[in-house]
Design a binder for this molecule. Structure first.
Ligand SMILES: [Zn+2]
Length: 355
């Protein structure tokens, strides 16, 4: 992905003044994510936990619109789910933001400190104009939502271990490496969650099935030489990142791959990977940028193909009695929210049991 659009410098000077008035600090929250998992006890038995916070949505006085990413996609998915009647407002789990200490499970201290510089974050977010925006403002309006979504991934993995299936309506930042960010990804949420759960003795081995259209170079970087994490990655070989990196199991596709070819390949590789690795937890990085309508990939999947993919992964995991957590990763077309919402609705209708 790349985006070279620029905003007038005057607009950024105005924003500098605004942040002085707001006076926000950039200190990382220390709220324990475990508390949120405990609070999930109010969910009815048999209900699939959906993790979401209004704080996931990214808005920065219109600047976020310079990137193809829809910063309000998460609220649109929640709205779809409310409208379809599969959820009411009280049945979403609110996560706590991932803490600075938890980020250090994967990231280097020097990388986290580098995020105090607007220029560095501007590169990661592919919005060069952000270099003129005060770092406190960027932290408040962009990085904090990403820490919240990363806390959501951890909470979702915890809930998957408790209930078999759980879904984060956000997260999946698979381009974030240990000491570098990129492709709109700052925090390497899935490997962070896996490492925390492993340190707590809750799991030994986790498998990441990454079906976002782009190769997950960040997840690969953060899990390389780790015998406890297996990555199966299906991606478009003709798009970002360049060059492609080495992974446990790469499944590259040529340009303009159709849904039937893609789904056939997924059904061929995933059961083999699970059989070979025998994970305690499966995490599906379920990007919707495989849609034919997506501007950032050449895949040719329909909404129905994405739904079939997402339900297939959950069905396979449940058949094998392995907990499965789903996070949403990338998706930049106007069908993205609809595709995710229909997948989640399909998973709820098929796998949720009434109390
Ligand atoms: Zn992607």
């Amino acid at each position: 992905m790349s985006n070279k659009l620029q905003l007038p410098r005057r607009k950024f000077l105005l924003l500098s003044g605004m942040v002085s008035m707001v006076g926000m600090g950039w200190i990382i929250s220390d709220d324990p994510t475990l508390e949120a998992a405990e609070s999930a006890n109010h969910l009815p038995a048999g209900m699939i936990p959906l993790t979401y916070s209004p704080g996931y949505n990214i808005t920065l006085f219109g600047l976020e619109k310079l990137h193809p990413f829809d910063g309000r996609k998460f609220s649109k998915i929640r709205h779809h789910l409310l409208r379809s009647g599969v959820r009411t407002k009280e049945h979403f789990l609110a996560p706590q933001a991932i803490t600075g200490e938890q980020l250090l499970v994967v990231h280097t201290k020097s990388y986290l400190e580098s995020l105090r510089e607007s220029l560095n974050v501007a590169h990661i977010l592919e919005l060069q104009s952000l270099m003129y925006v005060p770092s406190q403002l960027i932290d408040w309006r962009i990085l904090q939502p990403m820490r919240l979504a990363s806390g959501g991934t951890l909470l979702t993995c915890r809930m998957a271990l408790k209930r078999g299936i759980a879904i984060n309506i956000g997260g999946g930042f698979h381009h974030a490496e240990k000491d570098n960010g990129g492709g709109f990804c700052v925090y390497c949420d899935v490997p962070i969650a896996i490492n925390i759960l492993r340190n707590e003795g809750l799991i030994n081995k986790a498998l990441i099935i990454d079906t976002d259209a782009h190769q997950g170079n960040g997840f690969s970087n953060a899990t390389r030489n780790d015998p406890g994490i297996f990555v199966v990655d299906l991606f478009d070989e003709t798009i970002y990142p360049y060059p492609k990196v080495e992974e446990t199991w790469s499944v590259p596709f040529p340009a303009e791959t159709k849904g039937s070819t893609y789904l056939h390949k997924l059904a061929e590789v995933l059961p083999k990977a699970i059989e070979q690795f025998k994970p305690d937890l499966i995490i599906h990085n379920a990007g919707s940028d495989v849609l034919a309508s997506d501007p950032l990939s050449t895949f040719r999947l329909a909404v129905e193909d994405v739904n079939e993919r997402d339900i297939y992964v959950v069905a396979l995991a449940r058949k094998l009695n392995i907990p499965v957590a789903m996070v949403l990763a990338g998706g930049y077309s106007n069908q993205s929210a609809e595709a995710h919402a229909k997948s989640i609705e399909g998973i709820i209708k098929r796998f949720e049991t009434k109390a």
